[in-house]
Design a protein around this ligand. Structure first.
Ligand SMILES: [Zn+2]
Length: 539
């Protein structure tokens, strides 16, 4: 379909549906009466789906699945989407727990994504303002990835209803940020071509406020690499000179890296865990592995850091007299860059929706947890939007990563943040799970879904917006910087990760799966009073 035909179709659809609207009036930037009415309708529709969204948030929280092992979550979401008329491609890009769902036809194609995986060791009773795991050592939603799909699906269903009635052309895609905590999949989605025909990607991620930004975002991109060494076993007391320790190579590599750290750029972040440290002390370790994250602010510096790591590994293998196996890339992420036109549109909708009305109980839980964590100022939940739309970071001193970066360098993208987290927490921690199956998370999700629904309507009703987004993408964002994947041709998704951990904990976790047919919400099922706070921290 040509752009002209598309505009004509949209206008005719709007005119048919709105006999009172001025004939042949094109959609004006900044909104028109018809579009505003549809947005209001979508907001009311989202509001009416409060219970639906709450159940989704609580259900995925109760599954608590680590990256690449999101089998229950995947099945659950696919069922909801199929029931609601979406066609679902399962197991995309060679990843069993990833899908791409599609509804509608024609342009624009809008892809709504959000992450679904959780954090090791973050098991926590929701609404309890101190560390109390549901299952000791088990994973849990210590970031809040249980909530983003509820934002997108609730918004999509509200807009789908309107698009069907108004006969608005356009395609809605819903996809999973599988294994985001491992930055494990989005580069593979790009490589497999899943974003080739997408016009705009609307991503959403849990946060402390209702927010969006454009331009370079503070934080890093990264490559995640596993180094494995092979030596020879020997009796560690009787004949140690016969052996060659792979663990020696791991330790030498780590020592080398920690000396080099002094001479790296301030913006870098690098960290590692030893995933194989040998078997028992009296057997010289034949195998050992160390897993590194190399983070930097741009592609050339990530590559440079990675090369330094490779050199350390080769040198360590020589020192220990062992072999270095071919390295494995377990994940990667480009630094994030968000689209100006789409962010401005989203920001306008954020201002219309505003923050949720927090109850005294919500604030009591937030403040009690902040005190528990010894935050100097226990200020509770956010009650004000940020002063204005945030633009590009001025001085990027580095930080976290999200592989939405890879999508953002292939398609105009923004990340909408919605307020389901309590401010001032460490992140990747049990404390971050506390709000995530409570009214705080539920209200934050509804606020996010309202914004997402309004932005979706903007994009399907105002073709000029999609054009502006691509103009920024081509003429500004990618004018000098071209995307090159960090994953190498031989790399494949690390779908074996976390399997052993989930196998260990899943049987016990199953006992706590949320049953919405019996309980209004997860707190009711767990019989937890809202909020549960120490008597000394109550106001
Ligand atoms: Zn995340």
């Amino acid at each position: 379909m040509t752009r002209h035909a598309l505009v004509a179709l949209i206008i005719s659809a709007l005119v048919v549906a709105a006999p009172l609207a001025q004939k042949n009036a094109p959609a004006k930037p900044g909104g028109n009466a018809k579009l505003d009415a549809l947005k209001q309708e979508a907001v009311a529709d989202v509001e009416s789906r409060t219970q639906f969204a709450q159940q989704m948030v609580d259900q995925i929280f109760s599954y608590g699945e680590l990256g690449f092992q999101e089998f229950e979550t995947n099945r659950y979401l696919i069922d909801i989407l199929k029931k609601n008329g979406f066609a679902v491609q399962e197991g995309i890009a060679g990843i069993p727990t990833a899908f791409m769902a599609t509804w509608g036809s024609g342009k624009p194609v809008i892809a709504l994504g959000s992450d679904i995986d959780c954090i090791p060791q973050a098991s926590q009773k929701p609404a309890v303002a101190w560390h109390e795991p549901m299952i000791e050592g088990a994973p849990g939603h210590g970031e809040g990835h249980n909530s983003g799909q509820a934002v997108n699906i609730t918004a999509a269903l509200a807009v789908k209803k309107i698009m069907e009635r108004e006969k608005l052309p356009g395609t809605i895609r819903i996809w999973t940020g599988t294994a985001e905590e491992l930055v494990g999949t989005k580069a593979y989605f790009v490589r497999a071509g899943f974003f080739k025909d997408v016009d705009i990607a609307l991503f959403t991620h849990v946060g402390e406020n209702l927010d969006v930004s454009w331009g370079e975002r503070a934080g890093n991109g990264l490559v995640s690499v596993q180094y494995s060494f092979v030596g020879e076993t020997a009796h560690a007391a009787a004949n140690p000179w016969r052996g060659r320790s792979a663990l020696d190579a791991v330790e030498l590599m780590d020592i080398g890296w920690n000396f080099r750290r002094e001479h790296l750029r301030l913006s870098q972040r690098s960290h590692n865990v030893i995933t194989d440290g040998g078997d028992q002390p009296n057997v010289v370790p034949r195998t050992a592995s160390v897993w590194y994250y190399f983070r930097e602010t741009d592609y050339p510096h990530i590559k440079e850091l990675w090369e330094t790591g490779d050199t350390m590994a080769k040198a360590a293998a020589m020192m220990a007299g062992v072999d270095l196996l071919p390295t494995k890339v377990l994940g990667s992420a480009w630094p994030q860059h968000f689209n100006k036109a789409v962010a401005e549109t989203t920001w306008a909708n954020i201002q219309k929706v505003g923050l949720p009305q927090w109850s005294d109980e919500d604030q009591q839980l937030a403040k009690a947890l902040q005190k528990e964590l010894k935050n100097p100022r226990a200020e509770g939940l956010r009650t004000k939007l940020s002063d204005g739309l945030q633009g590009p970071v001025r001085e990027n001193t580095g930080g976290g990563s999200d592989d939405i970066g890879d999508i953002s360098w292939n398609v105009p993208t923004v990340t909408l943040r919605y307020p389901s987290n309590i401010p001032g927490l460490p992140g990747h921690n049990w404390a971050n799970a506390i709000s995530m199956a409570t009214p705080i998370a539920h209200k934050g999700v509804i606020a996010g879904a309202k914004v997402q629904a309004m932005t979706l309507l903007d994009l399907v009703s105002r073709p000029e917006l999609v054009e502006q987004a691509w103009k920024y993408f081509k003429d500004v964002q990618t004018k000098e910087t071209k995307y090159e994947a960090l994953i190498r041709p031989e790399d494949t998704p690390a779908i074996w990760l976390n399997k052993a951990t989930m196998d260990k904990y899943r049987p016990e976790m199953k006992k706590y799966y949320y049953d919405p047919s019996r309980f209004k919400n997860y707190l009711e099922q767990l019989n937890i009073k809202y909020p549960t706070v120490r008597s000394t921290t109550t106001q």
